[in-house]
Write a protein of this length. Structure first.
Length: 348
């Protein structure tokens, strides 16, 4: 059942706020828009409309897909670099996190545009876990126009939409598909949970058989784990957590790999300052967690993906990322169409 009418004016901070029908509607429209794009047909669904993009963190794919998407839909995206504007801040946190309250920024942009997109996590917030999602939620509270999460410390919902598009394209659907989200080693321990959380929420929402595989100590949020189990029960898939790499990859149809950090070593869960040295201890024992040809041989002729950018030679080998079973660049290209669909359905 199409859920078009339930999407108009909606914010997207996490896929946990959406039903399967609503996500399927977004995917259906994304495929339609992708088909039109390939045929050279562009629709002015957002003619004369404006999206404000506030990016505390840089991104090749996120910025350009949102901007290109708005242009192709007939609108315009304003890139608001925090260093060039008064930086949005939560009430009471002006000194540490900005100079102008979110309530003020949101109400100003709300009166002159049609959508707000926000990307904020990590160093700009002194690594305080959950602060990025909190800022996004406050934008939602004060703005009547749709607010989109372009990636925070907890979730990256639009990345997962592109992941689901690519999965459907290579497998033809979701039923019976074995999807593994697998940790991968990286030299940098300063990593976020956003892609991991959103990917497993999306995969279980679509009814796949989902395995989350990672070294002990890098646990996901309990709320996210619980939602994945609820999704699986409701939509006919399964969800399990394993800590053995070969066990997690064996028989997989889709392998999504990513390095992520230990949230229990981030403030406020560990005190006032992050304890990256604790995450590094886990990483050092997991140097062999790479997706290479041997790892892919354990799968069931599986496809490989990554949100990108990746640490080549650490998270994944060139032979896998550039090989015939890689759908990472397909997923990256689908970001354009997934985000166009979201904006068209919520802002049109």
């Amino acid at each position: 059942m199409l859920a078009k009418n339930t999407l108009r004016g909606r914010d997207m901070m996490t896929l946990m706020d959406f039903s399967r029908d609503e996500i399927e509607t977004i995917l259906d429209v994304a495929f339609d828009l992708k088909r039109d794009f390939l045929l050279g047909r562009l629709d002015d669904l957002l003619k004369n409309k404006t999206l404000f993009m506030i990016m505390f963190n840089p991104s090749l794919r996120t910025r350009n897909s949102f901007e290109a998407g708005m242009t192709q839909l007939g609108g315009h995206a304003h890139y608001l670099e925090p260093g060039k504007i008064y930086t949005p801040a939560l009430a009471g946190d002006e000194v540490a996190y900005g100079t102008e309250r979110v309530a003020d920024v949101a109400r100003v942009l709300n009166g002159i545009g049609h959508g707000i997109a926000l990307r904020v996590f990590g160093a700009p917030l002194d690594w305080v876990y959950g602060k990025g999602q909190q800022i996004g939620r406050e934008f939602c509270e004060w703005a009547d126009i749709p607010v989109f999460n372009m990636g925070d410390d907890r979730f990256h919902p639009t990345q997962a939409l592109a992941d689901m598009m690519a999965t459907k394209e290579v497998k033809g659907g979701f039923k019976g598909v074995k999807y593994t989200m697998c940790f991968a080693y990286s030299p940098s321990v300063k990593r976020q949970m956003a892609v991991t959380h959103s990917s497993i929420v999306a995969a279980t929402l679509m009814g796949m058989d989902v395995t989350l595989c990672y070294p002990e100590g890098l646990d996901v949020e309990e709320e996210v784990e619980q939602r994945c189990r609820e999704n699986s029960k409701k939509h006919g898939g399964s969800f399990k957590i394993v800590h053995d790499r070969k066990e997690g990859l064996t028989g997989a149809h889709i392998v999504n790999s990513k390095s992520w950090g230990g949230i229990k070593f981030l403030p406020p869960l560990c005190g006032d300052k992050p304890k990256f040295e604790e995450t590094e201890k886990i990483y050092e024992k997991a140097r062999d967690w790479i997706i290479d040809d041997e790892a892919m041989s354990w799968t069931d002729d599986g496809y490989y993906t990554h949100c990108l950018p990746c640490d080549r030679g650490f998270e994944v080998t060139d032979s896998v990322l550039d090989g015939p079973q890689s759908m990472a660049f397909r997923e990256a290209q689908n970001l354009l169409h997934a985000r166009k669909a979201l904006m068209a359905l919520t802002m049109a």
